[in-house]
Ligand binder design. Structure first.
Ligand SMILES: *[C@@H]1O[C@H](CO)[C@@H](O)[C@H](O)[C@H]1NC(C)=O
Ligand SMILES: *[C@@H]1O[C@H](CO)[C@@H](O)[C@H](O)[C@H]1NC(C)=O
Ligand SMILES: *[C@@H]1O[C@H](CO)[C@@H](O)[C@H](O)[C@H]1NC(C)=O
Ligand SMILES: *[C@@H]1O[C@H](CO)[C@@H](O)[C@H](O)[C@H]1NC(C)=O
Ligand SMILES: *[C@@H]1O[C@H](CO)[C@@H](O)[C@H](O)[C@H]1NC(C)=O
Length: 285
């Protein structure tokens, strides 16, 4: 073997074993860490040596607990991981876990996350029958706000990001979570939330028109209904135009990737090897 071949071989070996940044995975609602095993296994196969922390807490029914409580509790795990990796780490959340992951970042602006990947998460909220009936089969879409926009309704995660476009006043009044984490209602934490996101090297928002659970599906990319029920894309919404949480800053620095993939049902995003290969692995270094 020639010298340069040996050097190349060594280089490949070293980069295969040592140099991918670790990754934190956060599962979706009503499932647990097991549901993220396909993603974990595929990344370990394609990027050998990647350390993966697959968060176990708040699996099953406990995933319905209040979002602020979950953020507070999961921050312990998150800080533990980021503290161990000052050189950088990546974060990927699926479904509700994508919204949780984003707001865990915001709550811990000293994080060391480089890339955050949101895999079909209701980042701008949720207003749809199919989603509603997964958990509350007897409740009608039009009247669900009566349940969720109350003290009791806010005990559930679903209530915390239920965003009824026809009852925005009540949403702002009662929701303890979404208007705050999206800086619709300014607080002492608003600036910190923005700083935490703008220090990312990359934010990747993955979603698609055949999701059938995230409603509107554009919520996975911060699009949402206006008060007439018309879907407005991220870039025409206040959260972007006025750079409430730093999305515009990220976009202008070419750090915001908006990825739309047709043909994927909500319950398949995390079980589809081709999604990992085409839309996740390219963002992990
Ligand atoms: C932090 O992470 C390490 C390694 O995974 C683990 O051994 C330890 O128990 C964790 N500590 C807390 C407080 O979660
Ligand atoms: C960030 O701050 C929290 C709370 O003060 C702390 O527990 C954590 O270790 C810090 N994280 C890093 C990466 O320094
Ligand atoms: C927000 O900050 C102001 C000024 O520092 C302080 O007076 C106020 O108590 C804070 N509000 C909350 C809810 O912490
Ligand atoms: C709602 O629809 C009416 C009538 O088409 C229009 O004048 C108004 O601008 C719309 N409002 C929003 C928020 O899109
Ligand atoms: C898997 O993902 C690809 C896109 O990478 C998509 O075309 C295909 O329909 C998906 N398959 C399923 C079963 O969701």
């Amino acid at each position: 073997m020639k010298m340069f071949q040996i050097v190349l071989l060594l280089f490949n070996l070293v980069s295969a074993i040592c140099c991918y940044k670790p990754l934190i995975l956060l599962h979706g609602i009503m499932t647990g860490f097991e549901s993220m095993e396909l993603i974990k296994n595929r990344i370990e196969e394609k990027h050998p040596g990647t350390i993966i922390y697959n968060i176990e807490r708040f699996g099953g029914w406990s995933s319905l607990e209040n979002m602020n409580y979950q953020v507070q509790q999961l921050s312990h795990d998150f800080n533990n991981f980021t503290r161990m990796h000052p050189e950088g780490i990546h974060l990927l959340g699926y479904s509700q876990g994508a919204l949780l992951a984003r707001t865990i970042l915001q709550a811990n602006s000293n994080h060391t996350v480089h890339t955050f990947i949101s895999l079909s998460g209701p980042q701008a909220g949720q207003y749809g029958t199919q989603f509603l009936h997964l958990f509350f089969p007897g409740v009608a879409l039009e009247t669900a706000y009566e349940l969720f926009y109350s003290r009791v309704g806010q005990h559930t995660s679903v209530g915390n990001y239920w965003n009824d476009p026809y009852h925005e006043k009540l949403f702002i009044e009662y929701s303890q979570y979404l208007p705050y984490v999206n800086n619709e209602l300014p607080t002492n934490n608003s600036q910190q939330f923005k700083e935490a996101l703008t220090k990312l090297k990359k934010m990747v928002l993955i979603g698609g028109p055949d999701d059938n659970v995230i409603t509107p599906w554009e919520s996975s990319q911060f699009g949402y209904y206006d008060s007439n029920g018309t879907v407005i894309n991220l870039m025409e919404r206040d959260i972007f135009i006025n750079d409430r949480i730093g999305l515009k800053t990220l976009y202008q620095k070419k750090k915001l990737k908006i990825v739309s993939v047709p043909g994927v049902n909500h319950f398949d995003w995390h079980l589809n090897t081709s999604i990992v290969d085409n839309y996740i692995l390219p963002y992990l270094d």
